[in-house]
Design a protein around this ligand. Sequence first.
Ligand SMILES: [Zn+2]
Length: 201
Amino acid sequence: MNHTFLCIEQTNITLIIKIIELTIPFLLGLFASFIIDSTRNKIKNKKNYKFIKTYLRNSILEILPFLKTDYETVKKKIELYPENYYNKNVISAHEGFNANILKSISPSDYYSAFKGDFILLNEIISMIEFISQDMPYNINNDYFQQLNNHLKEKQKTGDKEHIKGCEYCQQIRDVKLNVLEERIKEVKLLEQKIENFIKNN
Ligand SMILES: [Zn+2]
């Protein structure tokens, strides 16, 4: 009776040892792959973190003062037209100013890299995208295109008196001036947001 019991116990122990022997390499493998994954993620986060900060500082923040000057130049140009044709400054297209590169990184990667400042970063990216759709260069071209189309239609091309007296011409002008005013405010706000973001991180 005792002998049989011992035999069963021994079989159990052997079985347990076998199971442990089989499981340990599996567990070690799991642990190793977990370490590799988390290291890989840390490197990725660090890389994203560094890249985003550098990109915001060097490619976006640096352009903002020039962008603001260009909005102001266009504003002055439209305000003075047609009395004085203000064309001293060349308006840049600022083709590098857009959110394409920032949008190529997934939101979840942003979240792992910046945690709490993720919302601020999202706001910054949306603002860059919004402003980039209404650049000074485009507002300027739009204004003169719209005005010239209208003047052509009325057969008043080059007629300064018409532009000053016509309600529609004034309306085109006021809409553009309002948009410019808004964009100047947004550029200032974006500047503050990026500065805060860089300071916090
Ligand atoms: Zn008109």
